[in-house]
Design a protein around this ligand. Sequence first.
Ligand code: JFE
Length: 225
Amino acid sequence: MRIDIVTIFPEMCAGPLGLSMMGRAREKGLLDLRVHDLREWATDRHRRVDDEPYGGGQGMVMKCEPWFAAVEALRGEGTRTVLMTPQGRRFCQAEAEAFAECGHLVVLCGHYEGIDHRVVEALVDDEISIGDYVLTNGAIAANVFTDAVVRLIPGVLGDERSAEEESFSDGLLEAPCYTRPAEFRGMKVPAVLLEGNHAKIAAWKRERARERTAAVRPDLLAGEG
Ligand code: JFE
């Protein structure tokens, strides 16, 4: 899979996305990730990418010209162009699974108060919000989006547990987990986990998962997650 991220803060993506699982996906040749500075496509001699909003209002708006040049340079047949924005539809695991099927994503990270809407209308296939809170810029959101998608590319997780058996796939939160020692400062690991009865352990985990989900994410049990 190829992913191109376009931002005016490339360091905010290049660092995190070179480490850990992402770094291994790239080493294995499963991911071709490139982070671009939008200013590469600025047209004027000051490399300006923003300007004042028509109609007034707070802050600055990102200009059309650099975005059109960037996307037209990067996209090809079958590319999906994704904009990180608080105005987008909310990202979730099912969305991540769908994006993992794409061969090529171009991820646009806005900054300032927003992007000229002609960019959105002419170039963007998907407007995505990673959650109902406001970040300072789109590069932070692009890290989250990219991580969630890349780990679903077949072969990326390697020895780690398959993505399918985790939270949000079966619609429940995970049961709590423990490791040695069996007793720490008087706090005991639940006896069932030490006894080795695997059917009993599975039933215990299911029950704890249901309990925890009901307590903190009742929306998931209602099938709204
Ligand atoms: C940008 C900002 C106030 C934008 C445009 C670009 N899920 C999610 N939360 N926040 C973002 C995504 C996000 C994405 C891109 C962004 C925030 N900002 C800051 C601040 C209003 C805005 O509306 C700039």
